[in-house]
Design a protein around this ligand. Sequence first.
Ligand code: SF4
Length: 226
Amino acid sequence: MQRILLNIADVCERSRVNGPGLRSVVWVQGCTIGCPGCFNPHTHPHRPMRLTDPKDLALHLLQIPDTDGITISGGEPFEQAEACVLLAQAIQNGGRTVVVFTGYRFEVLAASRLAAVQRFLASIDLLIAGPYIQSLHGDGSRWRGSSNQTVHALTDRYRDELEDAVSTTPLVEIATDGASQMETGFPDEDDRRWIDKITGAVPTSITVEAPRKERTKRCLNPIDPS
Ligand code: SF4
């Protein structure tokens, strides 16, 4: 039987901007949607990057302490639905939650006749759906690159606390080890100018969160993020 592998662009083990609470983020490689102005154009080509057994990846991510679960982003997770199902189910079986960002509209996915798409939908707790539209960017909403995108609680896990979870999630996160820098989140032009200003002064090995309203910066201890 052919082994199903997940093609990954990147992994961030601890993030607070890509869904509720503290989450590991998996950016998959490959997306054919091609939204103009996409924040992650390097994830578009369907070329092999890190080919990983999804169950092994889940075992690794389940060992990271204190996370609520994982977020699968991209790239386009539904273009690797079969591998994402294995990852998502293993995470849920381990007692943690699954958040997915997709460029497909929810109605399109719900109507799909592909069994893998339906199995993937059934193993997602929270789905953020819809293409990125540049002209609708920057309405200040967490978890959404543009205001056309929709948030769907597909299980009961976040249904009651959705509003609270949205409002307490930071907008931007920057991790740097001094040699390289990873930015993730949903910055607008104003945020980007602020990020450019502070990153020149940031020392090594910290994460900076930039909630738009407060304009604070906070160091997260990578061992104990409280
Ligand atoms: S669906 Fe996502 S990864 Fe693909 S082009 Fe649009 S924003 Fe970028």
